[in-house]
Design a protein around this ligand. Structure first.
Ligand code: ZN
Ligand code: ZN
Length: 279
């Protein structure tokens, strides 16, 4: 399985000279299965460039999983070029209750007052697929779902193919101030021994103290979860828009210190827009 980051930023795009290394686009990740089946996770602004590369490839079948409907996860969809091609079929996967409004949420942001092309005028064939169970399959891959601790209904994915395991778990407040939707041990079990673990690490511990209940985690909390779940590799994700490349480099050093102190073999890096990983 190959994983490519097209958008790593949280909340709002943050372009500019200070964010060139880790990127300014919001959440979008491409997953390729061994048979080249395409799964896209989220449609943040990173999906625009992904769309252009898919057009060059002449792709006709696209699977898109939306974790939730916050702007930084859907805002790129109107600019996703394949959606405008009649030869393309897009299956959009969503989980109730988010699903019940999924089409509405994508369509609303394309209303005439916000965007010149109406959702119903898109030329591709778009199917909405409602997922009721915590497990479903796409070709050779098995997907597991867990609800995250985040305002509104938000879901994380575990993708398994031929023994390789990828966890995409963003927009998750590991230790929320109110009753969690899922307790810590459930996230440990869900992520256990994954090859690649991508997790929300938006804040520093100092920032976290002012942002409780916003649905995100600090880098030290995410690192601890990665250590406890004994994953092989951990990518810090959903970078805070106010954090520069230098800030993220400093955060990464602190994560590595935590890992060293606990004598863990965990590999840790910060997700970079444009980078690709094979597991
Ligand atoms: Zn987000
Ligand atoms: Zn969110």
């Amino acid at each position: 399985m190959k994983i490519k980051f097209w958008g790593t930023r949280g909340s709002i795009p943050a372009p500019g000279p200070d964010t060139v290394k880790y990127g300014g686009n919001t959440t979008c990740v491409e997953v390729r299965l061994k048979d080249n089946t395409l799964l896209i996770i989220d449609a943040g602004t990173g999906i625009r460039k992904l769309g252009l590369s898919l057009i060059k490839e002449n792709i006709t079948q696209i699977n898109l999983f939306l974790t939730h409907s916050h702007w930084d996860h859907i805002q790129g969809f109107p600019f996703f070029a394949p959606a405008h091609f009649p030869s393309v079929e897009i299956d959009i996967f969503g989980r109730p209750p988010a699903y019940s409004k999924l089409k509405e949420l994508l369509a609303d942001q394309m209303e005439y007052r916000y965007f010149p092309v109406n959702f119903d005028d898109l030329k591709s064939k778009i199917n909405f697929i409602e997922i009721y169970k915590n497990k479903f399959t796409i070709n050779n891959a098995t997907m597991h779902i867990i609800e995250t601790n985040h305002p509104g209904a938000t879901h994380a994915l575990r993708i398994e193919e031929d023994g390789a395991n990828f966890i995409f778990l963003t927009d998750n407040e590991i230790h929320p101030p109110t009753l969690p939707k899922n307790p810590y041990k459930d996230f440990v079990n869900f992520s256990f021994k994954a090859d690649l673990f991508v997790h929300d690490a938006q804040y520093t511990p100092e920032e976290m103290s002012n942002k409780k209940g916003w649905g995100h985690s600090s880098y030290d909390q995410a690192t601890q979860l990665a250590i406890d779940a004994r994953v092989k590799s951990f990518a810090l994700f959903h970078h805070e828009p106010e954090h520069t490349d230098k800030d993220i480099d400093a955060i990464l050093m602190k994560c590595k210190r935590i890992i060293k102190k606990q004598k863990s073999s965990l590999k840790c890096f910060a997700a970079k827009e444009g980078s690709e990983i094979e597991i």
